[in-house]
Write a protein that binds this ligand. Structure first.
Ligand SMILES: [Zn+2]
Length: 140
């Protein structure tokens, strides 16, 4: 069974409402990186010795991976929460994109008697040019 346009629009409204419930968010991923502390007698100094987990926030800044450490567990928990919200935000954007695409496909065009006339093509090219700031594949 496929959804009607009204169903899709209702689903979109529900999704949009979920954006209002998003908490503070920031991009990145949280992880525990195993580290050696540097003390020669520590268990971590042995070849297969257990390392110390170092809790980090990893994120990309201008294509480079940046790692941030935290002074307290509370600061790490706060960042983990914010990163979780960011993933929820991304998930909502993905769902919203899918549903909008379905809405675009199912909304009817309405009557249009113009056809692909040269004048209409010119108007459409001007419209495309205006919407990207430059024409793609056509020089006018
Ligand atoms: Zn150690």
């Amino acid at each position: 069974m496929s959804l009607t346009l009204a169903d899709l629009e209702a689903a979109r409204t529900k999704l949009l409402q979920q954006f209002l419930n998003l908490g503070d968010f920031r991009p990145g991923t949280v992880s525990a990186v195993p580290r050696r502390c540097g003390k020669p007698r520590c268990r971590c100094a042995q070849r297969h010795g257990e390392r110390h987990p170092q809790f980090r926030l990893l994120r990309k800044v201008k294509g480079k991976s940046v790692s941030e450490s935290f002074s307290t567990p509370a600061a790490f928990r706060k960042a983990a929460q914010e990163v979780g919200e960011y993933h929820r935000f991304q998930d909502l954007v993905a769902q919203l994109t899918v549903i909008n695409e379905q809405i675009c496909r199912s909304r009817s065009v309405g009557s249009d008697e113009t056809g692909w006339t040269e004048a209409e093509k010119k108007r459409l090219l001007a419209f495309i040019k205006k919407s990207h700031g430059k024409s793609r594949g056509f020089s006018s």
